[in-house]
Design a protein. Sequence first.
Length: 291
Amino acid sequence: MFMRRFATVLGAWTMLAAVAWAEPALKALIVDGQNNHAWKDTTPVLKQELEETGLFRVDVATAPAKGGDMSHFKPAFAAYNVVVMNYNGAPWSPQAQTALVDYVSGGGGMVVYHAADNSFPAWKEYNEMIGVGGWGGRNEKSGPYVRWRNGGIVLDSTPGPGGSHGPQHPFQLVIRDFQHPITNGLPDTFMHTADELYNRLRGPAKNLTVLATAFSPKEMRGTGENEPMLMTIEYGTGRVFHTTLGHSVKQCKDVAFIVTFQRGAEWAATGKVTQKVPADFPTADKPTVRP
């Protein structure tokens, strides 16, 4: 009798241990290797922030350095639930480009992180996947500016360059879509630590939803417009979350960035968000930064 009870207890403990030590359900791939930002510093932070949710197992695909042979860089995108782009550099091979397009259009998830929206100005499908981008010679031929005016999106075709920002400064984000899983439950407004406030982003802007904006003050070399900061894009049957936040490690440790990045990655991977809003989420007038 004792041995039977012991076996039952042992079996139950083994099952609980197996659950506790089970692999995370979702697989994420961070793509880096070239960037005008410090990707060697930010990739480990992005990886940690995804893994600490308990939802993701994270791999990294690092492209050759600038001037290197890109022909062998062919990440297995289809093996992942979400691809996080921390890349801004030389064009990929046609095979790698096709693989990413097929992956996202076929239902894959992608997160566009900060300067990844500067990359690939001549790649038509990439620009459609990210919605809007900056720099790299983008202009009115790339598509309209995306503005938030009078309670809705305005596509502004005024001629001009794509991509700009002034000096880093703290700014407030304003939620524009309260029903989306990424932003549902977040405060209406919340502060972000000193960061590059991207403005004048422009692109195809197809199937794009603005989740949150920030006001770009002219005294900070801004536009005087409410610029999109957090966006989603539908591309085929795939889901893309685009965040302009996170210039460096410091900004990546800001709670507004962490929470929206984590939630955006889960949504891109699954179409839903199960994560709770943490107690240290910033207020309307004060950012919070974790150690």
